[in-house]
Design a protein around this ligand. Structure first.
Ligand code: PLP
Length: 372
C-alpha cells in the first residue's frame, strides 16, 4: 500500500518501535513506587521529559502529557473561566470546536476571507473586544496544510495580554518551526501519533500564566495537573519521535520536493484540477486537490483498491465520509469540496511511491472522467 494519509495518523518510526519494544520487555514498575523497578521507570520518565523540554526549549514544569491532542485541548479549554470571551475560527478541528460548544461561553467563530485558508491578524484585531481573554487557532490546517500567521497573532496576543492556544498538531514535523515558540503562545498542543510515535500520547506546553484546571483528578501525578499513572513508554516514545525529527529543515525540504513533484505531475496531466492553498504558506507534506468532474468518494475507493491510501474530508475524526466542512468554510463550493482528496506524505514516503501514485491517480481520474 502507498500510504498518503499521514495527517490522519503515521506509522511508527523504526527507532521509536525499537524503543517501545525494549521498554515493554523490561518489566517496568510504576514510577511512583519506591522499589528499584519503580525508580527505573521514574528515571526513564525523567530523562524523556528532560529531552522533550529541551526539544521545545521550555521548562519541564511546562509540559503536560495527555492521552491525545484532543484531551490536551479539552483540558486547556476547560481551564478558562466560563465568562471569558473567546475568538476561534470555523476551520478548527472538532477537538477545539466541540469543547468550546460544551462550555457555553461567548465564542466568536471567524471565517477566513474569501480565497484564503487561514485567519489573518487584521481579522483578529477587528474581532477583539476589551472582554476577549483567549484566542485559539491551529498552527496549520490538517486538511489543506495552510499555515496560520501564528507568529504575528502571538505578538498581538502578547501585547494585548490575551491568552493564545495554538493547536500545533498539523504543524509539528511538517515545517521547520523554531523553538521556543513565540512568548505570546500561552499554550500549544501536539500529538504523538502524527509524528511517528504511537497513538495514546499527547502533549500540551502550558506556560505559567495560563489559568490551568485539570480535567482528570487522581493520585496527584504530573504535579496534580493530570491524575493517572504516567504513560512512561508513551512519553519515552514521544521523546524518541522528536529526536528523529532533527534536522527538521532537511527533513521538510525533502518531503516538500516530493510533494511538489506530485502536484506538478498531476497539474500537467489532469486539468482541470485545483490545489487548495497552492499560493499560500503551506506545510511541506499536505496536498488538498480537487479533481473537477470526479466524485471524491468514488476516487478514494478506486485508489484504495489500486493500493493508494488517501483521505476525503477529515477522515481521522469520523471514519464517515462527508464533504469537507473546512473547504466549504473557505468558500469552496460543495461540489468542488466533494471532488477533493487530501494526500499527506511523511519522511518515509519514497520517490518510487510518489511516481507510482501519480500513474495510478492519472489513470483512475482519466477513466472516471470518461465514465461521467
Ligand atoms: N488537531 C488537529 C489539527 C488534528 O489534525 C487532530 C487529529 O487529526 C487533532 C487535533 C486531534 O489529535 P488526536 O488524534 O491526538 O486527539
Amino acid at each position: 500500500m502507498i500510504y498518503l494519509d499521514n495527517n490522519a495518523t503515521t506509522f511508527l518510526d523504526p527507532t521509536v518501535s525499537k524503543q517501545i519494544i525494549s521498554l515493554m520487555e523490561r518489566n517496568l514498575g510504576n514510577p511512583a513506587s519506591t522499589h528499584r523497578l519503580g525508580q527505573e521507570a521514574k528515571e526513564i520518565l525523567f530523562q524523556s521529559r528532560r529531552a522533550i523540554a529541551s526539544f521545545f526549549q521550555v521548562k519541564e514544569s511546562e509540559l503536560l502529557f495527555t492521552s491525545s491532542a484532543t484531551e490536551a485541548l479539552s483540558t486547556l479549554i476547560r481551564g478558562m473561566p466560563r465568562e471569558s470571551e473567546i475568538i476561534t475560527s470555523n476551520l478548527e478541528h472538532l477537538a477545539v470546536l466541540e469543547p468550546l460548544k460544551e462550555r457555553g461561553s461567548k465564542v466568536t467563530y471567524l471565517a477566513p476571507k474569501l480565497g484564503y485558508g487561514s485567519i489573518t491578524l487584521d481579522q483578529i484585531e477587528q474581532a477583539v473586544t476589551s472582554r476577549t481573554e483567549l484566542i485559539i487557532l491551529m498552527g496549520a490546517n490538517n486538511e489543506t496544510g495552510i499555515i496560520t500567521d501564528f507568529e504575528q497573532i502571538a505578538d498581538f496576543a502578547e501585547k494585548r495580554g490575551i491568552f493564545f492556544i495554538m493547536d500545533a498538531v498539523a504543524l509539528l514535523g511538517k515545517e521547520p518551526v523554531p523553538f521556543p515558540l513565540p512568548q505570546g503562545v500561552t499554550a500549544a498542543v501536539f500529538s504523538g501519533h502524527k509524528i511517528h510515535a504511537p497513538v495514546g500520547i499527547g502533549l500540551a506546553i502550558v506556560r505559567k500564566k495560563f489559568p490551568f484546571m485539570p480535567l482528570i483528578f487522581g493520585g496527584g501525578q504530573q504535579e496534580g495537573k493530570r491524575g493517572g499513572t504516567e504513560h512512561v513508554i508513551g512519553v519515552a516514545a514521544l521523546a524518541a519521535a522528536l529526536k528523529a525529527l532533527e534536522p527538521i529543515s532537511s527533513i521538510t525540504t525533502s518531503i516538500r520536493q516530493l510533494r511538489d513533484r506530485f502536484e506538478d505531475a498531476l497539474l500537467a496531466s489532469l486539468q482541470p484540477i485545483v490545489i487548495h492553498g497552492k499560493n499560500e504558506r503551506r506545510v511541506s507534506n499536505t496536498s488538498s486537490i480537487a479533481f473537477l468532474g470526479v466524485d471524491g468518494e468514488t476516487l478514494l475507493m478506486q485508489l484504495d483498491l489500486a493500493g493508494v491510501a488517501t483521505s476525503h474530508g477529515s477522515a481521522c475524526s469520523s471514519g464517515g465520509i462527508s464533504s469537507s466542512r473546512v473547504l466549504q468554510n473557505m468558500g469552496i463550493s460543495p461540489k468542488e469540496a466533494q471532488s477533493t482528496l487530501r494526500f499527506s506524505l511523511s519522511r518515509f514516503t519514497t520517490k518510487e511511491e510518489i511516481d507510482k501514485a501519480i500513474h495510478i491517480i492519472i489513470d483512475i481520474v482519466s477513466r472516471l472522467r470518461k465514465i461521467t
